[in-house]
Ligand binder design. Structure first.
Ligand code: 5RP
Length: 370
């Protein structure tokens, strides 16, 4: 893949875009990794000068509710260390923003091609920079493209940026099938060594999964805090979208599966009561011990939760989806778009073909599928 050069950002199209950026939060608990260090099969490429930092735009989401979980599982952010001065905290926060931006610009440069026509746009704070990177390419480049959102936030981003907006169910139908998206870009809460993902920190996981599987290739874009040897190491819970009516029973089932304290996500600080998704559902955040990969299992182990509550990623995902009332889960697992072709399972790939992690030193780590 050719190395791309940094393109200076054009002025942000509208003030509305700035406003939309402020809608995301950064939860405040710092959680360190306890998993032994494992080498990543990633390629490190430093291609960009560090972009200028953008304004910090997150409010803390520390909930005072006792009966709900706030989404408290964001990987350790240097901005929350009590030992840092306010100036150091602000500079650490801007490093994270710069990291997200560098990852987004490089991912778009390397994976959005002029011939692409349908492009998925995910949710979250990192995706804002994906949209910026697309806009920076100019109207001749993005004008013929149509952008498909994963929820109301990304719909607003696409609209405010002046990109062509459509919906997943409005794609042209060819030979009886909706045309695939050429590529989809989305953020992630945690990415493991095999490119399995936890998503749903922003409560958009259901539509995010629909868009990811509709794409020929899915690209994850994140900052360095999200890269992890195993899922549930830094981001300790799996977001699960549930029918509200079923929530009490789903909580009971999750506990029986070994999740010690699953909890309904609070809508605080912006909404009293539960966090309600774009689909009118609730989110349960279910903690699990670090999730195993197939290579972690001994011949006698099944990864079915029976050995000290240890689950293998795909095994857990399959079992969760059998629970009545669960409509979708924030585990993205299985195979990627490239593998889907050889497996004859096009349209069912959940995993990214590559994950881009902006680092604190301004470079970008690219973790490619094996
Ligand atoms: O899954 C998501 C929303 O449901 C987001 O993509 C994920 O939470 C990452 O967000 P951010 O880029 O703000 O860290």
């Amino acid at each position: 893949m050719a190395a791309a050069s940094f393109r200076p950002r054009q002025p942000s199209p509208t003030a509305t875009l700035q406003l939309l950026r402020s809608l995301r939060f950064t939860p405040s608990t710092s959680i360190g990794s306890s998993f032994p260090s494992i080498a990543f099969a990633s390629t490190r490429r430093t291609l960009y000068t560090r972009p200028t930092s953008s304004a910090t735009r997150h409010g803390a989401a520390t909930s005072t509710a006792t009966s709900f979980a706030s989404p408290r599982h964001r990987p350790a952010a240097p901005s929350h260390s009590p030992s840092l001065s306010p100036r150091a905290m602000s500079s650490a926060a801007s490093l994270v923003e710069s990291a997200k931006k560098a990852a987004a610009f490089q991912a778009v440069d390397e994976h959005l091609l002029p011939e692409h026509r349908f492009v998925g746009i995910g949710s979250g704070s990192t995706v804002v920079y994906v949209v910026d990177a697309i806009v920076a390419k100019g109207p001749e480049f993005y004008g013929p493209m149509t952008f498909i959102p994963t929820g109301s936030q990304s719909k607003g981003l696409i609209r405010a940026a002046g990109l062509n907006l459509s919906n997943l169910d409005e794609r042209p139908v060819v030979d009886g099938k909706s045309v695939p998206l050429d590529v989809a870009f989305d953020g992630a809460d945690e990415v493991d060594e095999d490119l399995n993902l936890i998503k749903g920190g922003g409560a958009c996981l259901f539509q995010e999964k629909l868009v990811a599987i509709a794409a020929k290739k899915f690209i994850a874009v994140a900052d360095y805090r999200k890269q992890s040897p195993r899922l549930c190491t830094k981001w300790l819970t799996i977001p699960i979208e549930v029918l509200p009516l079923s929530a009490p029973d789903v909580l009971t089932r999750l506990q029986a599966m070994g999740s010690p304290k699953p909890a309904i996500r609070s809508g605080l600080p912006s909404k009293a009561g539960e966090c309600v998704t774009d689909n009118g559902m609730w989110i349960i955040d279910a903690p699990f011990p670090p999730l195993l990969l197939p290579k972690d299992l001994s011949p006698s182990e099944e990864g079915d939760g029976k050995n000290a509550g240890k689950w293998e990623v795909s095994r857990l995902a399959q079992e969760l989806l059998k629970v009545p009332g669960i409509v979708e889960i924030g585990l993205f697992h299985g195979f990627n778009g490239n593998q889907a072709v050889s497996l004859g399972q096009v349209g069912q790939a959940q995993k990214p073909v590559a994950a881009y992690f902006g680092t604190a030193d301004g470079s970008v780590d690219v973790q490619l599928a094996a």
